[in-house]
Structure formats: structure tokens, C-alpha cells
Design a protein around this ligand. Sequence first.
Ligand code: NDP
Length: 246
Amino acid sequence: MNLNGKVAVVTGGNRGIGKDISLTLAKAGASIALCGTNEATLKETSAEIEKSSVKSLAVKVDVSKAPEVEAFAKTVLETFGKVDILVNNAGITKDNLLIRMSEQDWDDVLSINLKSTFLMTKAFVRHMMKARQGRIINITSIVGVRGNAGQANYAASKAGMIGLTKTTAREFASRNITCNAIAPGFIQTDMTKALGDKVKEELIQQIPLGFLGETSDIANAVLFFASDDSRYITGQVICVDGGMVI
Ligand code: NDP
């Protein structure tokens, strides 16, 4: 799949799944604007992206803060002159049983996972509208599809992203902008590293394919939705989960 000459924005593009998405889109020929909060990993990943002979712009942004998102969009547009692909990937967990969950932990997860997707989409979609083309890809979770005890805030944020994906798809289809969501199952990253071996074993038993996913499984699905090959697909949620949601 060829993305030569395209410009992609990847939130949380410095680490984990987002890093693999940045490197995969870069290998396909896209220039990458990535953001995150950690300057060291932003710098490191940006240098890796440039090995694919594409341009990279790494900016420290808290995706839940509207002024920072707007300033980021301005910098991206000034640097590259356009944006073709937006991947809303940045996310956090703050798990607890609902009865013990603090209002702060609810607000933090909803802001960083869901509000950020609204802010980023609003900031970049007007440029896609003028160009009469665009690809928006939201990284949700199977937890947003089926719920999960101990993750009320996270599941609500990811289910919200699915509603936002479908609405974005409907509002911008006439401008040739597609919006799809990818729902990962269990992928090995820092986010899931903390789970003990026993929990991982139990999880594997729930996965029909019988093994945990890797960041490349998600990055390859993003590449498809970013490419022209997916031009007739919009408003869909694709679970990349080894069959956990069937
Ligand atoms: P990681 O914890 O490894 O990475 C999270 C990324 O989000 C980092 O790049 C981080 O950047 C960025 N980020 C967090 N908070 C902010 C913020 N306020 N502003 C900007 N960037 C921020 O997570 P994963 O790679 O595992 O997850 C990526 C996405 O995939 C998330 O949306 C997650 O919910 C989803 N997902 C993951 C699954 C898994 O099994 N791993 C399963 C289902 C969904 P920095 O370090 O610079 O803050």
C-alpha cells in the first residue's frame, strides 16, 4: 500500500501501538506529525521515522487540552501544508471498580481518550474538507464494544469513540472523508505490561486464535484504512483481537 506524498498525524505516535503506526505509515511513504507528552520518546521515534526518508514533526502536546491541540494543528499545517490522515491513538487507563472510582480518574480517562478525539478531529477535518479527501482512524478497544469489570471510565471512553466514529463518518462522507475505528484486543505494550503472567494466561484462554497480539497487528490495519484500498469503507469498527469479539 502506497502512501507516497501523504501527511499523517498520529497522536501518541511516540510509544507502543502509536509508534508502530508512525513507523508503518512512514515506511509506506507518508510524512508523519506525531504528538505525545514525553519529549525524549518523541525525539527518539522521530529519528526512527526519518530513516524511511520521509519528514517527521514531533510535538509535545497534551491531547486533552484544546489550546494545545489547536496550536499543534497550526504547526502541522504550516510545516506540511496539508493533512491526509489522522490517527487518534493516544490513550490511558486508570482502572478501578466503579464503586471505588474517583471522579478525577473518570474525568482524566474521558478527557484523554474521548475528548481528545473530538478536539483533534475538529482541528484537522476542516482542512480535509477543503481538500475533499481524508482518512480518520480512531483506536478504540474491544472493551468499548463489550464492557469490562474494573474499567468503567475506559470502556465508556472507548464506546464514546465508536459513536463519534459513526457520526464523523456520516457528517463528512459527502466530502470524501472516511472515518473508521479499530478495536484492539490484547496487545503487548507498556499499557498491558503490568498484568501478571496468571492474568495473561487467563486472557489467552479467551482468545480463539490462542495468542496475544502485537503492535504490528494494529499498525497493519491502520495502514489499510489510511490507504486508497479502503475507499468504500466508512463508519465501521474492526476488532483486531484474535477473535475475542465474535
Ligand atoms: P501505551 O501506554 O503504550 O501508549 C500510550 C500513548 O498515548 C503514548 O504514546 C503516550 O504518550 C500517549 N498519551 C497518553 N496520554 C497522553 C496525553 N495526555 N497527550 C498526548 N499523548 C498522550 O498504550 P498502547 O500503545 O497500548 O495504546 C495505544 C492505544 O491503543 C490507546 O488508545 C489504547 O487505549 C488502545 N488499546 C490498547 C490495547 C492494548 O492491549 N495495548 C487494547 C485496546 C486498545 P506519552 O508517553 O508521551 O504521554
